[in-house]
Design a protein around this ligand. Structure first.
Ligand code: SF4
Length: 311
């Protein structure tokens, strides 16, 4: 990737927020040991309550189980659409741009990324390969928008910082529960027990406090698998060119573990122990597949739309 001659003000602003402090950050070994011990012990107890069921705990799982429990128990109806697929196409394009010969033009790297994804033997490849002309054009347009905003507004990523796009992390203690995390970008080279990793998620659209929960969970998985916590969590809002930055602390990691354990316990109560699920209305009702048969959700959504009618 060719370095720009000078950073733009938005690049400067972001760089100032995510730059490493001069003092190295090292978490006490006793804290990491205690976190690992607590996670291992409590996960073993929850595993036993699952009665043999395997459970993959991800940020999506936790968001669902802490939201409306009725929806959590509904069958998974996820299907790729141009709006959701634009993220992985743009990430592929950004990955290519890091090693592109000459200046990477967003449209050119997105076209190359989509052509490569067609050959990918997974559900993403199958989705891109099966697009109609119109869907292809919409996906291309959305991915170019994301890629352009990243290349123009985010600070350049030197390869020496070892950037990894769509970085996956897993942690599996004894039992049937596994933690799985994936974030858009991880930057930083490990150095002993010093916390150096910067964890970044890119978001289109509105800001939400839920985004911090997603990154905290990834930080927890990284800490459990590497026994070195990351140093900072960044949600970067592409449309605003703004970052929400949170330092990783002992409190952040304990809070993430508590939320994960509580989410698993709820799932066990609902799926194994027969507790009646509770409805929880909220903005997620807008996209809920059960909305047509849910009075509470319909009432909530009517109230929401009335709030937007001018008197
Ligand atoms: S419409 Fe809302 S309250 Fe009803 S089931 Fe769906 S998410 Fe839950």
């Amino acid at each position: 990737m060719q370095e720009p001659a000078a950073l733009t003000p938005t690049q400067e602003r972001t760089l100032a927020l995510i730059r490493r402090d001069t003092e190295p950050l090292v978490f006490p070994q006793e804290f990491v040991d205690e976190l690992l011990e607590r996670a291992t012990t409590e996960i073993a107890q929850l595993s036993a309550r699952l009665e043999g069921e395997s459970l993959w705990v991800s940020k999506g799982f936790l968001a669902k189980v802490h939201g409306c429990e009725v929806r959590h128990l509904a069958p998974d109806d996820f299907q790729w659409k141009p709006a959701s697929a634009a993220g992985f196409v743009a990430h592929k394009a950004i990955e290519l741009s890091l090693n592109w010969r000459g200046e990477p033009h967003p449209a050119a790297v997105v076209d190359d990324a989509m052509a490569r994804l067609v050959d990918q033997a997974d559900n993403r490849g199958a989705y891109v390969a099966g697009l109609s002309e119109g869907e292809w054009a919409e996906l291309r347009s959305r991915a170019i928008d994301r890629t352009t905003k990243f290349l123009q507004d985010f600070p350049p990523l030197p390869l020496s910082a070892q950037p990894v796009l769509e970085a996956a992390a897993r942690w599996k203690p004894t039992g049937t529960i596994e933690f799985t995390g994936k974030v858009d970008l991880v930057v930083g080279k490990p150095a002993g027990r010093e916390s150096r990793l910067l964890i970044i998620d890119f978001k289109s659209g509105n800001k939400s406090f839920h985004h911090r929960d997603d990154l905290r969970f990834y930080a927890l998985v990284q800490t459990l698998r590497q026994q070195v916590p990351p140093r900072k969590l960044v949600t970067y809002y592409l449309d605003y060119a703004e970052s929400d930055v949170e330092d990783v602390t002992e409190g952040t990691l304990h809070a993430a573990l508590t939320r994960a354990l509580e989410g698993i316990a709820r799932h066990v109560e609902l799926t194994v122990e027969g507790r009646t699920p509770l409805k929880k209305v909220g903005v997620a009702c807008r996209w809920c597949p059960l909305q047509s048969e849910c009075t509470e959700g319909q009432v909530f959504l009517r109230g929401e739309s009335d709030d937007h009618i001018d008197p």
